[in-house]
Design a protein around this ligand. Structure first.
Ligand code: PGA
Length: 254
């Protein structure tokens, strides 16, 4: 009953011409998909053009970040209102690259989550532990702080427009995917956290994506896990053929 969601995070890649070409290829390859929700997240400068290209397709548009204010003296930032205005339906918030490289805290991420939801954008909230944290036994503590911090003050109604992405930092861009069991264990733990914060209906309905080196050859095993409802794909989303294969993962469980 949780509709699978495959999201492509293009990160800092693709010029406008390259983004147009990839968006056109995806529209062509994925035109008939109805059983899986599809989102792509290009760089800010390509959003407007990609929005036009995917307008009549099953592919939706997300930004990779936003600022938690509508307008004002915030040089270099982009607000959820402006993302909606340019055609985004969703926004990725709290990606580990932003947490690590730009020092984003759970508190700041929570402000963004709330502003984006208020504006009517779907939120993909990213959480995940580093290798050090996993090896020193802090993983559950870190995930708890990220989930509780990111979801602070939200209502169960707001949770219907929010997706969580579990992305172990050690698996991002490294080619080292979490095993199906490691991913399932973390997802089940996160679902338990959502239940504790809200209620069983909210946690049962909440989609939890796995991210970290998802590829055509490992997506089926991951998607077969009970608590894995989709994928947030980086590297493999930059290639239309690979991303389309991931979208068309083996649906045995779903
Ligand atoms: P990757 O990135 O698929 O290249 O590991 C995933 C992500 O960071 O969202």
């Amino acid at each position: 009953m949780r509709k699978p969601l495959i999201a492509g995070n293009w990160k800092l890649n693709k010029t406008l011409a390259e983004a147009e070409a990839l968006a056109k290829a995806l529209v062509k390859e994925l035109a008939d998909v109805t059983d899986t929700e599809i989102i792509i997240a290009p760089v800010f400068t390509a959003l407007g053009r990609v929005a036009e290209i995917i307008a009549d397709s099953p592919v939706s548009l997300a930004a990779q970040n936003c600022y938690p204010q509508e307008t004002g003296a915030f040089t270099g930032e982009v607000s959820p209102l402006m993302l909606k205005d340019i055609g985004c339906q969703a926004v990725i918030i709290g990606h580990s690259e932003r947490r690590q490289l730009l020092g984003e805290t759970n508190q700041f991420i929570n402000l963004k989550v709330k502003k984006a939801l208020e504006t009517g954008l779907q939120v993909i909230l990213c959480v995940g532990e580093t290798l050090d944290q996993r090896e020193s036994g802090e993983m559950l503590e870190v995930l708890t702080a990220q989930v509780k911090g990111g979801l602070a003050d939200l209502s169960p109604e707001q949770m219907t427009n929010l997706v969580i992405a579990y992305e172990p930092v050690w698996a991002i861009g490294t080619g080292k995917t979490a095993s199906n069991e490691q991913a399932q264990e973390a997802h089940s733990f996160i679902r338990g956290l959502v239940q504790g914060l809200f209620d069983p209906d909210t946690s049962t309905a909440c989609r939890i994506l796995y991210g970290g080196s998802v590829k055509p050859d490992n997506v089926d095993g991951l998607m077969a896990q009970d608590d894995i409802d989709g994928a947030l794909v980086g590297g493999a989303s930059l290639n239309a053929e690979d991303f389309s294969r991931i979208v068309r993962f083996n649906k045995n469980r779903h």
